[in-house]
Design a protein. Structure first.
Length: 445
């Protein structure tokens, strides 16, 4: 029998939560069926099957686990290629699709939420096959009574209980892990996360958020937010948005499409807090389309961060001090915002060295985030051999920055998957208040 590389089996088992012994038995079965094949081929087949199991498990749960899978799909660009490669296509499915509800259950929900005559008085056409399935709901295409093509978003029965149960489990684990890390205060972070996730289950709140964004960007040359027609506790009906999903551009886009999509996407994330005084806080590719007229169609407003004054000016100040190489001022800026807790001692020069890989792209007039770049930056930050490695363990995440942090990490992951060239420095300076351009070093060329 051909031997299976132990590392591949262990990594595959770990990703889907299987005990190694079970993964070994799976490998043994595969090996018996393909006896005599090269070890690499057997390992590849095992990884492909494990990836499908990962999709099935995370998708079926439809709660916090699937949200975790969607986050993982965004950040796969930071994973080592030998680990991420076999799972990339499968994880990408979680950006737009999960196992759907049956048509009978969908009709039952629509009758309860929109009235028993919904099919004749409101939705004159309705496709029983969902156009997309996500973590807490699925979307169907239909035609409203006034002739407009619409998206009908339906929340899964039991989604609230499943998501909150998952979050309670995560909270318990996180509090235990937080006790091992001296710089992080985990409890307020988890409280904030639970509050925000609970908001995602409130379709009335999501509809209000979407109406706010739609009004703020109405007539915009670069952004299209569909209007909300009607909502109930478990259903939202909005205008339909045609276009090319970012997930398709990630897999099949031309260089020109990648540049256009990356620029539209980044500029929206930076502009929205100034235009709408809200931050769209669910940056995975399934929520974005590039329309035929060259705008970015934006969907799903369950997760937002209310920013009445736009993005905090402190972020611009931190970037300025890091790019200017002023280590003492950088430490003070982070400490004043709670990123370094009282009583935690940090060497300012080591802090600057630790953060440099994160801000280095802003030294260039144009930058092309790629999977290789992100993997390199992540590996540098996580390398325990670096003298600055322990700095990361001392940094805290204030709860008011939780969603901003989530959006930045997710946005960087999506941009690295797109691989488009963006005028990063110009856009950050234009839309992020607090940046002092006079103190930034000149671009290297």
């Amino acid at each position: 029998m051909t031997d299976i590389p132990k590392g591949s089996v262990a990594r595959a088992a770990k990703l889907v939560g299987l005990p190694l012994g079970h993964a070994g038995r799976v490998a043994l079965g595969v090996g018996k069926r393909v006896g005599g094949r090269p070890a690499e081929a057997v390992a590849a087949e095992l990884q492909a099957r494990t990836a499908e199991q990962l999709f099935a498990v995370l998708g079926t749960l439809k709660g916090g686990a699937m949200k975790f899978g969607q986050a993982l799909s965004v950040m796969e660009a930071a994973m080592p290629e030998d680990l991420a490669g076999p799972y990339r296509a499968t994880l990408t499915k979680l950006q737009e699709a999960g196992p759907p509800m049956g048509a009978d259950r969908v009709h039952e929900i629509l009758a309860r939420e929109l009235g028993p005559r919904w099919a004749s008085t409101k939705l004159v056409e309705f496709d029983d096959v969902p156009a997309a399935s996500a973590s807490i709901g699925q979307v169907h295409k239909g035609v409203w009574r006034d002739g407009r093509v619409v998206a009908v978003k339906i929340q899964y029965p039991g989604a609230a209980q499943a998501l909150l149960s998952d979050l309670n489990q995560i909270s318990r684990v996180a509090r235990m892990a937080g006790s091992w890390v001296p710089g992080i205060d985990v409890k307020p972070i988890m409280d904030e996360l639970k509050a925000r996730m609970s908001e995602e289950l409130d379709y009335h709140l999501e509809a209000r958020n979407q109406r706010h964004f739609a009004a703020a960007f109405r007539g915009d040359d670069d952004v299209l937010v569909p209007d909300v027609l009607v909502e109930s506790s478990n259903v939202i009906v909005t205008e339909w948005v045609d276009g090319t999903p970012l997930s398709r551009i990630i897999t099949d886009g031309t260089p020109e499409q990648r540049d256009e999509a990356a620029t539209l996407y980044l500029e929206f994330l930076l502009r929205a807090p100034n235009v709408a005084r809200m931050l769209h806080a669910d940056p995975h590719p399934g929520n974005f389309r590039v329309t035929d007229d060259g705008r970015l169609g934006v969907l799903d407003f369950g997760a937002v961060n209310r920013l009445p004054h736009g993005l905090p000016t402190s972020l611009g100040r931190v970037l300025t001090e890091a790019l200017a190489g002023d280590a003492p001022a950088l430490e003070q800026a982070l400490r004043s915002e709670g990123f370094i807790r009282k009583g935690i001692e940090i060497d300012p020069d080591a802090l600057l060295a630790y953060l440099t890989p994160l801000v280095e792209p802003l030294l260039h007039e144009e930058f092309t985030p790629t999977r290789a770049w992100l993997r390199g930056a992540a590996a540098t930050l996580q390398d325990p051999r670096r003298p600055q490695f322990l700095i990361g363990l001392k940094l805290n995440l204030p709860p008011e920055y939780l969603l901003i942090h989530r959006v930045w990490l997710g946005g960087i992951g999506v941009l690295s998957q797109l691989g488009g060239t963006v005028p990063l420095r110009e856009m950050v300076c234009a839309h992020l208040s607090g940046v002092d351009e006079s103190r930034l070093p000149p671009s290297p060329g």
